[in-house]
Design a protein. Structure first.
Length: 247
């Protein structure tokens, strides 16, 4: 048993398989067949629906427009992303169910990552979600997707609908920002987005904590060094503050 395990580990190392492709348990192994330069596979043999039988998976017919053909056994589906597909990886959205999913990926022209996620029910290939940028498959029926907003990171939460096996985005009234920035030129914070009543004036050379972002109004909630919280528009922040990583 130890000898067989050692040989398996050596084979994985020899193939250069990413550890993200390997299962956390030994009962449902993934066997990549062709490795792409970006670390995603173009074909693999995997048990996708938990029936104990591994399916042969491949992505082919790739075009510069982002077209691809995904095949699982005898089933197939054509899809399109915004750029040349780099391959796919196997993910497990919900470790409590019997399914694992296929995430077809393109890196985009400048790290504009895009994903089409599919599942196989034993007969047909069905789409789970179309995701952009940087998803994290938590394995508990939840996917967190981070997106760069220029100088802060927005996180979206998707939940797997068990009946339809599709991902639904959870609506957020506000998004957490959590960025501390230096004030170059003093400017006011307002009591609300709908009034010009000033609650605080940020002074030059102070530091302020940008707490939240309202996706509807595009206004930000900001906390001063005196722990006073008020509202400011994005233009006020970009013109009067040094925002980390801002273009």
């Amino acid at each position: 048993m130890i000898k067989r395990l050692t040989m398996s580990v050596c084979l994985v190392v020899a193939l250069g398989i990413s550890t993200s492709m390997l299962p956390a348990w030994g009962t449902r192994p993934i066997k990549p067949v062709a490795q792409h330069a970006h670390g995603y596979v173009t074909s693999a043999v995997v048990d996708l629906n938990g029936d104990g039988k591994a399916e042969r998976i491949s992505v082919s017919d790739l075009t510069d427009r982002g077209d691809f053909l995904l095949q699982v056994g005898k089933a197939s589906v054509r899809g399109r992303l915004g750029y040349l597909v780099g391959g796919f990886r196997i993910v497990d959205i919900d470790a409590a169910d019997k399914y694992r999913e296929i995430a077809v990926h393109t890196p985009g022209p400048s790290d504009d990552f895009e994903w089409l996620v599919y599942w196989y029910d034993g007969k047909a290939i069905r789409q789970v979600a179309h995701l952009a940028r940087f998803p994290r498959f938590a394995g508990a029926g939840i996917v967190y997707v981070r997106d760069h907003m220029g100088w802060w990171w927005k996180t979206e939460r998707y939940v797997l609908d068990a009946k339809t096996h599709t991902l639904r985005m959870t609506s957020q009234e506000m998004y957490h920002v959590g960025v501390r920035a230096r004030v170059n030129t003093g400017f006011p914070l307002y009591v609300s987005r709908n009034t010009k009543s000033v609650i605080a004036n940020l002074r030059a050379n102070s530091a302020a904590l940008i707490l939240l972002w309202d996706p509807k109004s595009k206004w930000y909630v900001v906390k001063s060094e005196s722990d006073i919280v008020g509202w400011a528009q994005e233009g006020a922040l970009s013109h009067n503050m040094t925002l980390p990583g801002a273009d």
